[in-house]
Design a binder for this molecule. Structure first.
Ligand SMILES: Nc1ncnc2c1ncn2[C@@H]1O[C@H](COP(=O)(O)OP(=O)(O)OP(=O)(O)O)[C@@H](O)[C@H]1O
Ligand SMILES: [Mg+2]
Length: 318
């Protein structure tokens, strides 16, 4: 099986601010074409890590390799291949989007061809308003212009720190659709932090979760969301049947009834199965005179997963 190229490799990264250890021995890898969701509670160390990847904060120890090269050795030339939206983007507000991009091109010594400006404006959906002054733009349009600035020089790695913060659902949807296009059309790799877990769940193929500067987990999104033991939701016609089923299943060693998950007056049970399939559960109930009107698997969502592992971290060491 073909494995993708490694774009970012972080090993043992550590950074303290006075007594606060913001990033603590962090290691992870980002592959080409990834949209990596970088998650963690407030103060977990996400921004500090992203700043270190961008060479804006110097690590106390550890190593960062971008595109296979050590960031310390070749900082300036490596960062040419990186774009970022890490704070509210800066613009000349009295100038248009197009003029802002032209000025940015001058900073890149005019290396960017003029068609790239049109291409980028179209990509972020600003072509029709490209001649208007930025101060007349909505928050969503400014975020998109921020992305346009970050990708003007065709970076291979794009780093975004909470780019959808404060956007309405349509605005965030637009940002995500741009990011997807960048991966598909421009072969970019993206690292994105966000507290909007349903977005990360939908759009990122891999997720790293950190807390108190430490890595809790880092894997494919779908893998993290697979439950080690399947939970099914079993629906009956009446709360009495539910009660009978609950008592029956409590006597088995292979079904755990998660009573706390559904209100008692609903005819629904959530059952965690160990070594039995939903079909076998159905037959078992039937053999005991209980007919389920439906049995469907429940998928854990990223929010539940996130809360589970970040809260676990407060009481036990993983
Ligand atoms: N320049 C700094 N000086 C002192 N402490 C800092 C500095 N930058 C970050 N910290 C501390 O480092 C820790 C990690 O902060 P960081 O901003 O990286 O977290 P975060 O995961 O991005 O949080 P949030 O989700 O709130 O953005 C926090 O305790 C923060 O107070
Ligand atoms: Mg932050």
């Amino acid at each position: 099986m073909k494995t993708n190229r490694i774009i970012v490799e972080v090993e043992g990264l550590t950074k303290s601010f006075g007594k606060i250890r913001a990033v603590d021995n962090l290691s992870f890898v980002v592959y080409e074409g990834d949209i990596l969701g970088f998650l963690g509670p407030n103060g977990a160390g996400k921004t500090t890590t992203l700043y270190m990847l961008l060479g804006l904060v110097h690590p106390d120890s550890g190593r960062i390799r971008l595109f296979g090269e050590d960031l310390r050795k070749d900082r300036i030339s490596l960062l040419r291949w990186v774009g970022a939206v890490v704070e509210s983007p800066d613009f000349y507000r009295h100038l248009s989007a197009r003029k802002n991009l032209e000025l940015l091109n001058r900073i890149h010594n005019g290396r960017i061809d003029s068609t790239r400006i049109d291409e980028v404006l179209a990509l972020v959906g600003l072509e029709e308003r490209a001649g208007d002054k930025v101060k007349t733009y909505s928050h969503g349009m400014r975020q998109r212009l921020g992305i346009a600035q970050a990708i003007l020089h065709r970076p291979r790695l794009l780093i975004l720190d909470e780019p959808t913060i404060g956007l309405d659902p349509e605005g965030s949807q637009e940002v995500w659709s741009i990011l997807r296009q960048l991966v598909a059309r421009e072969k970019m790799t993206i690292i994105i932090s966000s507290h909007l877990l349903f977005e990360i769940e939908e759009f990122s193929n891999r997720v790293c979760v950190i807390d108190q500067g430490k890595m809790l987990t880092c894997d494919f999104t779908h893998k993290l969301l697979q439950l080690s033991q399947p939970v099914v939701e079993v629906e009956f016609d009446s709360p009495e049947e539910r009660q009978n089923a609950s008592e029956l299943l409590a006597q088995t060693h292979w079904a755990e009834v998660l009573n706390n998950l559904t209100p008692a007056n609903l005819p629904i049970l959530q059952v965690k199965l160990q070594g039995k399939t939903p079909k076998e559960l159905n037959k078992f109930l039937f053999d005991h005179g209980l007919i389920a009107s439906s049995i469907r698997p429940i998928h854990q969502n990223l929010r539940e997963f996130f809360l589970r592992i970040t809260q676990k971290d407060k009481t036990t060491q993983l």
